[in-house]
Design a binder for this molecule. Structure first.
Ligand code: AP5
Length: 222
């Protein structure tokens, strides 16, 4: 029989490497990657009313109000692919009210991964980040440069990826992280995110493998 789908949350400061690790995790585990920031940027790009409102908060590095974010994430989690293959929720919840709302809708994670990265590294990662609008892949000018001139020429930068904006996002993160963590204490896995992308992935991969082995060995234990 097909094993029970995994449900994972990944959290960390801006530019701590959530999106990068999510690419690696989905490649190996086949989970559906749901990134709150990506869902919001899609709304902004589509020019919807929610997108227009969301952008005002995103530009200030503040949390977008729950009435926009909660339903958006809940609807994505309720799609058949997420229910069937399991999910990897990135950048949500960012407040206790978001965590409570999700729980009320019946979505509980198996593990809560927290990427821990020092502040000076975060700023360097944000400023050098570039995105490929064609493939959606995340690059870094120094740590993960584009593979060809053709890709390099089409890379874009996010509107909130400046040193000034990341400091605002970081402040919001510090204001909220403890409240969210306290709700998932018993299932939190802290990962040292200062290391290379591959080394960070090894830590996450080990935690996921261990969780799956434990669950298979003692059914109903977790
Ligand atoms: P969101 O899009 O979630 O942004 P964020 O949390 O600031 O995180 P980032 O996407 O900037 O970084 P990341 O951790 O994914 O890092 P990445 O892998 O790209 O949110 C944006 C905004 O939307 C928020 O400010 C808020 O306004 C709103 N929002 C989102 N969710 C919300 C919610 N739930 N409620 C309310 N509002 C919400 O890596 C960064 C760079 O570093 C890349 O260039 C990468 O190549 C490089 N890199 C990654 N790992 C390594 C490594 N190990 N070594 C060297 N370089 C690395």
């Amino acid at each position: 029989a097909k094993s029970e789908p995994l449900r994972i949350m990944i959290s960390g400061a801006p530019a701590s490497g959530k999106g990068t690790q999510c690419e690696l995790i989905t490649q190996k585990y086949g989970l559906v990657h749901i990134a709150a920031g990506d869902l919001l940027r899609a709304e902004v790009a589509a020019g919807t009313e929610n997108g227009r409102r969301a952008k005002e908060f995103m530009e200030k590095g503040k949390l977008v109000p729950d009435e926009i974010v909660v339903m958006m994430v809940k609807e994505r989690l309720s799609q058949p692919d997420s229910l069937e293959n399991g999910w990897l929720l990135d950048g949500y919840p960012r407040s206790s009210s978001q965590a409570i709302a999700l729980k009320e809708y019946g979505f509980q994670p198996d593990l809560f991964i927290l990427l821990e990265v020092s502040e000076e590294i975060l700023v360097e990662r944000v400023v050098g980040r570039r995105l490929d609008p064609v493939t959606g892949k995340i690059y870094h000018l120094k740590y993960s440069p584009p593979e060809s001139e053709e890709i390099a020429a089409r890379l874009t930068q996010r509107f909130d990826d400046t040193e000034e904006k990341v400091k605002l996002r970081l402040r919001t993160h510090h204001q909220n992280v403890e409240a969210v963590l306290s709700m998932y204490e018993d299932i939190t896995v802290k990962v040292n995110g200062n290391a290379s992308m591959q080394e960070v992935f090894e830590q996450i991969d080990n935690a996921l493998t261990e969780f799956i082995e434990h669950r298979e060995a003692i059914p109903g234990s977790v």
